[in-house]
Design a protein around this ligand. Structure first.
Ligand code: FE2
Ligand code: FE2
Length: 155
């Protein structure tokens, strides 16, 4: 048990997600050189969603999820939560096209992003690590890496 305790590290994309969350949340920090007005933040969020989230969610839902499910059903409820939250984030980002309540929507996206990353990093990934054996984890890490998702499981 101790041997496998710290096998995973934070996914690279998740750092970006957390930074975006800080930038767009109502009480988030002002980050130097980053968008500061509501309009700039909206444009940045939509761009970021297109450039990073869509691919990131695709890999989690189409590579990580089926592979994990082929090994175990112990984490199904976390995987379902993951997909549900992706859909909620997508819907929230799409709602930015309607110009009403932009500040409130940005705040909601920031909070949702933060709790989503925390759920994956603190609950889902450790649960996968506990449920899979070393060989299965290696295969998962390799598949993720080959698809551009930073290796979250260290060997
Ligand atoms: Fe996710
Ligand atoms: Fe993720």
């Amino acid at each position: 048990m101790t041997k496998r305790k710290n096998l995973f590290s934070i996914a690279h994309d998740h750092f970006h997600g957390l930074m975006l969350a800080q930038m767009i949340k109502k009480d988030g920090q002002v980050l130097e050189g980053m968008p500061s007005t509501v309009d700039e933040k909206v444009r940045f969020t939509i761009h970021f969603h297109e450039q990073e989230f869509i691919n990131h969610f695709y890999i989690e839902e189409n590579i990580l999820l089926p592979l994990v499910k082929s090994y175990t059903h112990k984490v199904d409820k976390h995987l379902e939560k993951m997909v549900k939250e992706h859909n909620e984030i997508n819907e929230l980002v799409n709602s930015l096209k309607d110009k009403d309540d932009l500040k409130m929507k940005l705040d909601k996206i920031g909070r949702k992003l933060e709790t989503h990353v925390q759920m994956e990093e603190w609950i889902l990934f450790p649960a996968i690590q506990d449920a899979l054996d070393d060989e299965e984890l290696k295969k998962l890490a390799k598949e993720l890496e080959e698809n551009g998702y930073e290796n979250i499981y260290k060997y």
